[in-house]
Design a protein around this ligand. Structure first.
Ligand code: NI
Length: 173
């Protein structure tokens, strides 16, 4: 498995609508495995394929945070929200493509999601809590949307300017 470079906002690849995947090939399984390793190493709780420059409808996540609980690495190809609750939740979100920036985002508190798993099987599950927030945040990535797109323009521009500066500093290293 390979740890991939994570793209930092702003990057045109983070603004694209990603294409659905067809058959789950070994290459796609390798990409998913690499993404899980990249996510754990970061560390983060979710990662979408466009964040590693692959414009495919694929996300990985593991929102288990209880100390000592077994990990639950999840691979979701072509994920689709099939139901969302009217009740909403506010979570302070962050993103591996927008390091060290956090903001409250309101989303449906529970969602039902259908996807194709790593073995090509169709799965459907209802998520709540952090899992619901995470899966919606990652599906947004597949549609070229970032959590800062939910913020007021001034706040968004401020964060984007910080990221431009961060990328400039990193490029100099
Ligand atoms: Ni993100």
């Amino acid at each position: 498995m390979t740890v991939r470079d994570i793209l930092i906002h702003p990057d045109p690849r983070l603004k694209k609508v990603c294409a659905p995947v067809g058959d789950i090939t070994p290459a796609l399984q390798t990409l998913a495995d690499d993404m899980l390793q990249t996510m754990y190493e970061a560390p983060g709780i979710g990662l979408a394929a466009p964040q590693v420059g692959e414009l495919k409808r694929l996300l990985v996540m593991d929102c288990v945070k209880e100390e000592g609980a077994p990990p639950r690495p999840m691979v979701l190809f072509n994920p689709e929200v099939t139901w969302a609750s009217d009740a909403t939740n506010v979570y302070e979100e962050g993103c591996l493509s927008i390091p060290d920036q956090y903001a409250d985002v309101e989303r449906p508190a529970e969602v039902k999601v259908r996807w194709t798993d790593r073995d090509g099987q169709t799965q459907e599950e209802q998520f709540d809590g952090l899992w619901a927030t995470c899966v919606q945040h990652e599906i947004d990535h597949l549609n070229g949307k970032l959590f800062i797109d939910y913020l007021k323009p001034l706040r968004r521009q401020m964060i984007t300017r910080k990221m431009v500066k961060l990328k400039r500093e990193r490029a100099r290293l």
